[in-house]
Each structure stands twice: as structure tokens, then as C-alpha cells.
Write a protein that binds this ligand. Structure first.
Ligand code: ZN
Length: 64
């Protein structure tokens, strides 16, 4: 099973990058890496964002 989350669907106006993972934990780790590398988050601001929006992100995760 592969989990995926699309950046645009998660709220970014332009980025269409899709992140993947075999588990939610792996997916969120990849999303964090992408957020830090591409969207200018720091470890701290990312963790803050995720703690506020985790339920929202979970609803957007697709499984295939
Ligand atoms: Zn992105």
C-alpha cells in the first residue's frame, strides 16, 4: 500500500509535488523534507504547522 499527499491539495497555491510513503510516518517524514527543502520551513515551523493541521492532512492522504 502506498500513501500519497499532493502539495497543492494540502494548500499550496502552486506546488504540484506529490509525496509518497509506505506508512503515514514515512509520508510525513517525506513531506517534512519537502517542506524544508522547497517551502522554506524550518524543523520548528514545520512541526508547528503539522501539529495544527494534522487532521486536515490526514483527510487528504490517498492510499493506493
Ligand atoms: Zn511543495
Amino acid at each position: 500500500m502506498t500513501l500519497s499527499l499532493n502539495c497543492k491539495e494540502a494548500g499550496d497555491p502552486v506546488c504540484t509535488h506529490t509525496m509518497y510513503g509506505n506508512t503515514e510516518e514515512e509520508l510525513l517524514a517525506n513531506a517534512k523534507k519537502h517542506g524544508i527543502e522547497v517551502h522554506g520551513y524550518t524543523e520548528e515551523t514545520w512541526n508547528e504547522e503539522v501539529s495544527k493541521n494534522l487532521d486536515h492532512f490526514r483527510k487528504l492522504i490517498k492510499t493506493s
